[in-house]
Design a protein around this ligand. Sequence first.
Ligand code: 3PG
Length: 212
Amino acid sequence: MSLPLLEPILTGPRVVPVLVLDDPAEAVPLARALVAGGLTALEVTLRTPAAFACAEAIAAKVPEAIVGLGTLIRPEQFARARDAGARFVVSPGLTDRLAEAAKMAGIPYLPGIATVTEALIAWEHGFRELKFFPAMLNGGAPALKGMAPLIPEVRFCPTGGLRAEHVGEILSLPNVFALGGTWLTPAEAVKARRWDEIERLAREAAALAAGG
Ligand code: 3PG
């Protein structure tokens, strides 16, 4: 049985802002700014108590956004994420219990891997889209290039340490279908509600993803 994939539902540029959100009231204008800048796939991380509520608010109020939930580390979070409106889910790593919960949830899942062995374990579980994390610490583009001939069926979404200057090179790799990062939403800009700055960062990333 093949598992659902994220790539087919990614309609916009293949850059996924990774969001750390404290307040549903700031989540919605932030998501609108990113969408206005051209980025529609957004990952809300479960690193704050308000994360589920923030994802729910974005899913309800920003219909253009394809909202996902990330940093899932417990099996029970998968069904809850789907019920909150998440269209995809992401983990920093992979365990047997997480793999099982992801399959039950029935939405695209990117398990995190950092080595070839971990990628093989995820592949054996049936996953074909993996998060390469933390990407820059683990070799960045050259490491991804090295994995392509070894595990040709698998495609990656690297995150961790990526910035605008990495977008062109990383997205040009044939085994990369998207990339993500927090550089698009600097904490200070979010706190000060500088949505025009966030929109500008999104627009810049979207242009870089389009080869501009
Ligand atoms: C993630 O969860 O994907 C990373 O924390 C993003 O890493 P960054 O903050 O270096 O972009």
